[in-house]
Write a protein that binds this ligand. Structure first.
Ligand code: GDR
Length: 340
């Protein structure tokens, strides 16, 4: 009999990669989404998608989660469902808490009460660490969240720890640093940049407006991180792991690389809100700064130390930044040309 896995939040970028990996490994995959919209799963190969048992369930409601967990008796639950935008959490803290705090509490408590042999993996976030103080952030770094989103991820990390300790559950947190791909949502800066760069390369006359382009992130490829979390789940005893590349890049560098890839070289002038990126050939302004895209409490930088995952799981990020920016551009080009 094949192993049975449940993926909550299967309709996002990570759900797509994770379903592919689990189906390939021979798992029976069940997924829950918040609406009947297929979301990112629309990009999944049809034969893979057909194998997924999909259901619409609101994770913030306890009764349907109890029924699902009790009837499913899953071997593994990957809890991905969350309000995942830091920016949105600032304006919608209640929605973020409902989805992230109540959602995890419902899932973990149902497993404790209805299916205690089920392994639970929670996808945590580097956002729980707040700003980089020195060096890199690891499993031992103390949480110091700055945003409602980061607070919910710190809460989740501690809850999972407590359930593991007090109830003997197989429960663990994957502390994921920024991870991107061609299937990334438009609310995140990398996708926003790529969409605009491709439109401009295709002759569009827009300007890419951004907030803090000096923020630095440790960006990896989502497919690699989802491989890592399945390796984590296969361990006999539960433990938390950081997944990161250990490489820091600014938003500005990301913009420059993306434009370079479509043959446009930028030169920068000005500072703060007056900073601008111009096409060196035409002198046209392609990038500007708008105050509305700045966030209160934005984290200036995050950088992860994934040596524990490397040593204990043999995990290394395979896809370099340059490589996944190309994948994102190719995918976006195909997407835009299919619409024109
Ligand atoms: P982040 O990702 O908040 O790190 O959370 P995001 O891509 O939203 O922001 C990264 C950095 O870019 C700066 N920035 C902008 N961001 C957006 N979205 N739009 C802009 O116009 C813009 N201009 C500059 C931001 O200020 C920030 O510094 C991601 C999410 O995937 C979380 O779910 C995950 O937990 C963490 O990464 C690790």
């Amino acid at each position: 009999m094949s192993n049975k896995a449940l993926i909550t939040g299967i309709g996002g970028q990570d759900g797509l990669f994770l379903s592919r990996i689990l189906i390939e490994k021979g798992y029976e995959v069940h997924g829950i989404t918040k609406s009947s919209d297929l979301g990112t799963l629309a990009h999944l190969e049809e034969d893979v998608r057909d194998k997924i048992e999909l259901r619409v369930v609101n994770i913030a409601e306890k009764a349907p989660i109890d029924t699902l967990i009790s009837e499913g008796q899953f071997d593994q639950v990957y809890h991905l469902a969350a309000q995942s935008s830091v920016a949105r959490s600032i304006n919608h803290p209640r929605e973020t808490i409902e989805s992230n705090v109540l959602g995890l509490t419902n899932i973990a408590t149902s497993i404790r009460d209805k299916s205690p042999q089920t392994k639970l993996l929670f996808t945590g976030s580097s956002e729980m660490f707040g700003d980089l103080v020195d060096g890199q952030q690891s499993e031992l770094t103390a949480p110091n969240p700055q945003s409602p989103y980061g607070l919910t991820k710190a809460f989740g990390f501690q809850l999972v720890n407590a359930y593991r300790k007090h109830y003997g559950l197989w429960a663990a947190t994957a502390i994921l640093f920024n991870h991107e791909s061609e299937y990334r949502g438009e609310q995140f800066v990398t996708k926003k940049i790529i969409q605009s760069v491709v439109r401009i390369a295709n002759g569009g006359d827009e300007t890419l407006s951004l907030g803090n382009i000096h923020a630095q992130r440790d960006w990896g490829y989502a497919g690699d991180y989802m491989e890592g979390i399945t390796q984590m789940m296969e361990r006999e005893s539960p433990d938390d792991y950081v997944f990161a590349t250990g490489q820091l890049h600014s938003v500005k560098e990301f913009v420059e690389i993306a434009f370079n890839k479509v043959g446009i070289k930028l030169e920068w002038t000005g500072e703060g809100l007056a900073e601008e990126g111009r096409d060196t050939e035409t002198q046209r302004t392609l990038v500007n700064i708008e105050k509305r895209f700045y966030r209160p409490g934005d984290i200036a930088g995050t950088c992860g130390d994934a040596s524990k995952a490397r040593e204990q799981l043999g995990w290394v990020p395979k896809t370099a930044l340059d490589e996944f920016i190309s994948k994102m551009i190719d995918h976006e080009r195909a997407n835009q040309s299919s619409k024109s």
